[in-house]
Design a protein. Structure first.
Length: 650
C-alpha cells in the first residue's frame, strides 16, 4: 500500500487531521490521512477515499470540516450509511430524512459491507513550523556523509567485521521479498534498534507532493509504537539540513548546556543520526534515530556510515513498494475501465460485475470463518481472494466479442422488425380493398350498370372486418414478443397467426409472417433464437481467451480459467467445456452462485421483474438439488450471505 496522502504543513499546520482506517470489508487494512476541508467516499476513482466494495455507491458520502469539527453527509447513496458514535447507531438514508451527523474521534461509518474507523487528531509539534536554524555554537557538532547508491555503500562494507553489517545484509534479503510499505517499515525499525543500541527513537518523514516540505509518517520508540500525531518532537533544523544537502548527518550535543534549538532541548536529544531517503527520481523523505532519554549515549562516525547504508536500503525498498502500488493502481484502473467498457455495450446490466464480485467475496470470506461442517476444509488466502475478486469483476469480459444486437436484445423481435410486420399488414389491407373493388368494377362493366349501395357497403364491411382481424393479430404479436416466458396457449396463438394466409398483390396466397419471424416469436423462454444464444454463450470462452493474453503474475494466473468457467454446471450440462464435478474449482462454484443470484435479483433489467431474495434463494436451492450447483456452498450463501445483504426496497 502506498503511503497515505500527507497533509500540507505549509497550509494547514494547526488544525486537526482525520485518519481513515478500513477495519472490515473488501478493502480491509486500507488507511489514509487527510487535512483537507472535504473528503469524498465512494467507488468512483475520483473520490478522495476510493473503495472497491460493490455495495458502495459511486459517490456514497463525504466528510466536511466545520469550525467545530467534522460532519458526515450521506450523498443519497443506494443503501445509505450507518454511523456509530459512542455506541449509538445513526442511520443516514433518504427514507430516514436524516442526511448528516457530526462525528468525533473513534466514530465508525458503515458504507455497504465496509466499516471505516475515524481518528481525529491534533497536529504534533513536529508538524508546526519552528524557527530552528542550523546550530553553530561550539557545543553542537555535525559530521556529514555524502549520499551514495546502496550498492556502493554495500561494497564498501564488504570487509567490515562489525556484526551490524550482518544485520543489514540479512535485512536486504528480507526486504527483497516485500512489497507492502507497512511490512518494510516494520523490518527497518526492528533492524535499526537491533543495530544501534544507543538509539531510543526512530522517525521517518516523507516528502509532500509539492517536494517542498516534510511530514512525519511514522515514529517509534524502543518500547513500542507511537502514532504520528502524538507528542513526539522531531528537530526541523536537522531535517531541513538533510533535505537541502542530501547528506547524512551525525549531530552531537555536548553537556555544557550551551543554547540549542527548541526542539532539540524539548526532546532531550544528545545525538542524532539523520539520512536522506534518495530514490532514483526524487527525494522520498528523511529517516532518523536519536538517543533521547539515554543520558549521554552517543553515535560515532561508523554509526553514520552504517545508518546511511540502512537508509539507502530503505529508500530502495520504499521506492519499489511505491512502484508496486503504482502498478496495482494502474491495474485496478484497467480492470474498472474494462468493466465499464463491457457494461457500456449493454446498459441493462450496468453494475452487474461489481455486484457479482461483492457477493463472491462475501461468500468466500464466510467460508473462511466456518470451521465445522462440509465447507470447513475450504479456505482462501488474501492472494486467492484478490484473484477471485478480479475473476468475478472480469467474468463477462468476453461480451466485448458478442454482437451488440444480441447483448441489447430485449424482445423476440425488435422494434424495426415489428414495424416491418406492421407495414406488411397495412399492405395486405390495401390489397384486400383493391381486390374487392376491382372485382366489383369488373362485374359492373360486364353488366353495363352502376353500383348498388349494398354492394359498396359489403366491400366496406369486409375491409373493416379484415382490418380489425389484422390489427388484433398485430397487437397480440407486439405484446407476446416482449414477454420473458410464453405459456402454451400463447405459443398456439402465435402459431395460428403464422398459419393464416391472405391474398397477395397478384392474387396468390401469402403468410402473414415469414418463417424466421414465426420461429423467433415462438421462442418459449428468453428472447434469443438458437443462433443468438450460441453467440451469447460464446462470451464465456471468449472471456478466458481474451484474459489469457494478459501476462498475469503467479498469484493471479488462474483468473482466465475462473472467469471462463462461470457458466459450468456440476452435472456437466454447462458451457463452454461441459466440465463436471471436481473439474470445477471451488472458486468457480462460488462465482457461479453469485452470478446467478444477481441475474435473478437485479432490478435494472427491462425485460423482467427482479426476484425477491427469498425467491432467488429458492431457485438456487432447487438447482443445487438437481446437481447443477454446489449444495454446501449454496447453503452458506442462502443462510449466511443473503441475510447480511442490505434490505430489499419495498
Amino acid at each position: 500500500m502506498s503511503p497515505p496522502p500527507q497533509p500540507s504543513a505549509s497550509r494547514h499546520h494547526d488544525r486537526p487531521i482525520i485518519h481513515f482506517n478500513v477495519v472490515s470489508g473488501p478493502d480491509l487494512g486500507k488507511q489514509c490521512r487527510f487535512d483537507q476541508d472535504r473528503i469524498t467516499i465512494g467507488r468512483d476513482v475520483n473520490n478522495d477515499f476510493m473503495l472497491s466494495d460493490g455495495f458502495v455507491s459511486n459517490w456514497h458520502g463525504e466528510l466536511v470540516r466545520e469550525e467545530t469539527g467534522f460532519v458526515y453527509y450521506d450523498l443519497r447513496s443506494r443503501h445509505g450509511s450507518l454511523v456509530l458514535i459512542n455506541d449509538v447507531s445513526i442511520n443516514l438514508h433518504d427514507s430516514q430524512h436524516v442526511r448528516n451527523v457530526r462525528v468525533v474521534d473513534g466514530s465508525e461509518i458503515q458504507v455497504g459491507s465496509t466499516l471505516i474507523r475515524l481518528n481525529i487528531v491534533a497536529p504534533s509539534p513536529s508538524q508546526r513550523p519552528r524557527p530552528d536554524t542550523f546550530p553553530s555554537n561550539p557545543s553542537e557538532k555535525y559530521i556529514t556523509a555524502a549520499h551514495r547508491p546502496v550498492d556502493e555503500w554495500t561494497r564498501g562494507l564488504g570487509g567490515t567485521s562489525d556484526t551490524r553489517v550482518d544485520i543489514f545484509f540479512r535485512l536486504a534479503g528480507q526486504l527483497n521479498s516485500l512489497t507492502r510499505i507497512e511490512d518494510i517499515l516494520e523490518l527497518i525499525i526492528e533492524a535499526t534498534f537491533e543495530a544501534f543500541p544507543a538509539a531510543n527513537f526512530f522517525a521517518l518523514s516523507l516528502m509532500n507532493p509539492d517536494q517542498q516540505s516534510l511530514s512525519p509518517f511514522i515514529t517509534r520508540n524502543r518500547m513500542g509504537a507511537r502514532h504520528v500525531n502524538s507528542d513526539d518532537i522531531i528537530s526541523q533544523s536537522i531535517l531541513q539540513r538533510v533535505v537541502e544537502t542530501r547528506e547524512s548527518v551525525l549531530f552531537v550535543r555536548d553537556h555544557i548546556g550551551a543554547p540549542v534549538s527548541e526542539s532539540i532541548l524539548e526532546a532531550e536529544i544528545t545525538a542524532c543520526l539523520c539520512s536522506p531517503l534518495v530514490g532514483q527520481r526524487s527525494l522520498l523523505g528523511v529517516m532518523q534515530v536519536d538517543t533521547r532519554g539515554s543520558h549521554g549515549s552517543l553515535f560515532g562516525r561508523q554509526d553514520l556510515e552504517l545508518f546511511s547504508v540502512l537508509a539507502s536500503n530503505a529508500a530502495f525498498a520504499l521506492e519499489r513498494a511505491q512502484l508496486t502500488e503504482d502498478i496495482y493502481r494502474m491495474f485496478e484502473g484497467f480492470v474498472r475501465a474494462s468493466v465499464t467498457a463491457i457494461e457500456s455495450r449493454d446498459p441493462t446490466t450496468a453494475g452487474h460485475s461489481e455486484r457479482v464480485a461483492g457477493y463472491t467475496i462475501l461468500l468466500a470470506e464466510c467460508i473462511n470463518n466456518i470451521f465445522t461442517g462440509p465447507t470447513s476444509t475450504l479456505s482462501f488466502s488474501a492472494d486467492e481472494l484478490t484473484e477471485l475478486r478480479y475473476a468475478a469483476l472480469l467474468h463477462d469480459f468476453g461480451k466485448v466479442g458478442v454482437r451488440e444486437s444480441v447483448l441489447t436484445k430485449a424482445a423476440r423481435l425488435n422494434d424495426t422488425e415489428m414495424q416491418l410486420i406492421g407495414n406488411r399488414f397495412a399492405n395486405f389491407k390495401n390489397i384486400h380493398w383493391r381486390m374487392r373493388t376491382e372485382a366489383l368494377l369488373d362485374s359492373l362493366q360486364r353488366d353495363s350498370r352502376g353500383p348498388m349501395p349494398s354492394e359498396m357497403s359489403a366491400i366496406k364491411d369486409s375491409y373493416e372486418r379484415f382490418s380489425r382481424d389484422l390489427d388484433k393479430d398485430l397487437r397480440v404479436l407486439d405484446e407476446l414478443r416482449k414477454k420473458r416466458d410464453l405459456e402454451p396457449e400463447e405459443l398456439e396463438r402465435i402459431q395460428a397467426i403464422g398459419r393464416r394466409r391472405v391474398t397477395g398483390l397478384f392474387g396468390q396466397p401469402m403468410a402473414l409472417l415469414t418463417d424466421r419471424e414465426l420461429k423467433d416469436l415462438s421462442i418459449a423462454r428468453s428472447n434469443l433464437n438458437e443462433e443468438e444464444w450460441e453467440n451469447m454463450r460464446s462470451h464465456a470462452a471468449k472471456s478466458q481467451a481474451f484474459l489469457e493474453q494478459i501476462p498475469w503474475s503467479a498469484e493471479l494466473k488462474q483468473i482466465p480459467c475462473f472467469a471462463g468457467a462461470h457458466h459450468e454446471k456440476l452435472n456437466g450440462t454447462g458451457y463452454p467445456q461441459g466440465l463436471k464435478g471436481d473439474e470445477i474449482a471451488p472458486q468457480v462454484r462460488i462465482l457461479t452462485i453469485a452470478d446467478i443470484f444477481d441475474a435473478l435479483t437485479a432490478s435494472d433489467r427491462p425485460y423482467k421483474r427482479a426476484m425477491t431474495h427469498e425467491r432467488a434463494c429458492s431457485l438456487l436451492i432447487k438447482e443445487a438439488r438437481q446437481g447443477l450447483l454446489d449444495k454446501d456452498l449454496v447453503d452458506v450463501f442462502v443462510h449466511r450471505v443473503v441475510p447480511s445483504l442490505p434490505e430489499e426496497p419495498s
